[in-house]
Design a protein. Structure first.
Length: 448
């Protein structure tokens, strides 16, 4: 009899437990229906509606916290809409804390949201007066040390603002501030590049949003650069900072790119062994137009023109901006002009193809023609006539960029002074004829 009573008691407990376990699919369905049909303006603007909304959120998280990740997305949306119209004060803080609790619960049951939620908590808490400047910086510092890639555009902008404001308020130019500001600049640049790769259809809403984010990050970058300029940091300070941090960051492409750019911008790259070490490491990790350019500069500084041309050519091929590509080809042409005029002409023409308005190329070409060896001419008249070709080349500047007309005319006239005179043209019998220049010049000129 006692055994039967015991069995009956256990069965009753189990039956009662089974009956009390909620039907989470149904609970979630009702929650979704509430969000779709019952969460409205009244839910946002009245105390009764706000209480009801938070009760719905609390109920499903208590009963079925892992039923569906959308539980937290809907809760986030409802609480954000409740918080937005509230005036700064206790009630706004109350619902803000409620939202941070939702983020904590989401992280507990969906751990992959941890980093994103950590960022969201700081942003929402600071914006709504729950965190002070110092508390927000401290919270951002902790996240940045463990996962700086988790920062959104809003979070990065906020972090930069707080760091720069704190430094200004304290009149601080400490190495800690410099290191933090510089690291943030690297993160900003990395984020900008990421957003740029996401752009596709010009003019659509997604692109407009991305362009707005990119613009805001570029403003933050300028603010950092302005703050660092005011600090008047020496090359010794930059070198010490990067030397101390190199080993732990030597596989971080964004850090290396930022450090190299900073040394270059502050004219700390020449005869700098640290710059050589970082540039070489950056090139090993990531072959880009920028990394190849640095290697080209290092080779050029060592007077290794062959290596410099190889790297600059590589940089030009990897470069997508036509004006920058033109600048690289021009640089190669200037290196070659004293040793290989044919190749110098080729690269100057490549530069013109990419940027016809770059006047330096026409000046370079004109100078190449007039410095050609005697072997390129059949006689003395041709040797003088090449100055007509140089004058015409200089005047091409006017057609592509009229603002340089005065300078181009002056240069052209200087060549014409050395060209054949009218008497010399008549005596030569070349009036109205065309001269085709041989060798690498491979150009013609009409004798008038």
């Amino acid at each position: 009899m006692k055994k039967q009573i015991l069995i009956f008691s256990v069965f009753s407990v189990l039956f009662g437990f089974a009956q009390s376990k909620p039907d989470c699919a149904q609970v979630y369905k009702e929650y979704e229906l509430y969000y779709q049909y019952d969460f409205n303006e009244k839910s946002i603007l009245t105390e009764e509606g706000r209480t009801k909304a938070t009760a719905e959120i609390d109920d499903i998280i208590k009963k079925c916290p892992s039923q569906n990740p959308n539980i937290y997305s809907l809760a986030e949306d409802m609480l954000q809409r409740i918080i937005k119209p509230l005036n700064m004060g206790d009630e706004k803080k109350l619902y803000t804390r409620k939202l941070t609790e939702v983020y904590d619960k989401q992280t507990q049951y969906f751990p992959n949201t941890k980093d994103a939620n950590a960022i969201k908590k700081v942003v929402i808490s600071y914006n709504n007066g729950v965190l002070s400047d110092t508390e927000a910086i401290s919270a951002f510092d902790k996240i940045y040390q463990t996962n700086k890639d988790a920062f959104t555009t809003d979070a990065l902008n906020m972090y930069v603002y707080l760091v720069l404001s704190e430094a200004q308020a304290n009149n601080s130019n400490s190495i800690e501030f410099i290191r933090k500001a510089d690291a943030l600049n690297a993160s900003l640049q990395q984020k900008i590049e990421q957003l740029k790769t996401q752009k596709n259809n010009p003019g659509d809403d997604v692109n407009k949003k991305l362009e707005g984010e990119i613009s805001s990050l570029e403003v933050a970058t300028r603010n950092i650069l302005s703050s660092l300029r005011k600090a008047k940091i020496t090359c010794d300070t930059w070198n010490k900072l990067y030397q101390d941090d190199f080993d732990k960051n030597k596989s971080d492409e964004a850090w290396l790119e930022n450090a190299l750019t900073r040394l270059e911008t502050n004219r700390c790259m020449h005869k700098n062994e640290l710059f050589v070490k970082m540039a070489t490491r950056y090139y090993e990790l990531k072959k880009t137009s920028k990394s190849s350019f640095y290697m080209g500069n290092l080779a050029f500084e060592k007077k290794n023109n062959k290596e410099a041309i190889k790297y600059f050519s590589e940089s030009a091929e990897l470069q997508t901006n036509k004006e920058d590509k033109a600048g690289l080809y021009y640089k190669i042409a200037t290196i070659l002009k004293g040793s290989d005029k044919a190749q110098a002409k080729l690269f100057a023409e490549k530069s013109i193809e990419n940027n016809p308005e770059m006047m330096e190329n026409y000046i370079l070409l004109a100078g190449l023609y007039t410095s050609a060896d005697k072997d390129c001419f059949k006689n003395e008249f041709e040797q003088k006539a090449v100055y007509l070709l140089a004058a015409q080349t200089a005047e091409r500047i006017i057609a592509v960029n009229p603002k340089f007309e005065k300078s181009a005319k002056k240069l052209s006239e200087s060549y014409l002074e050395k060209a054949p005179t009218q008497d010399e043209i008549k005596k030569s019998g070349m009036q109205g004829k065309t001269i085709q220049f041989d060798c690498w010049i491979n150009e013609s000129v009409l004798i008038n």
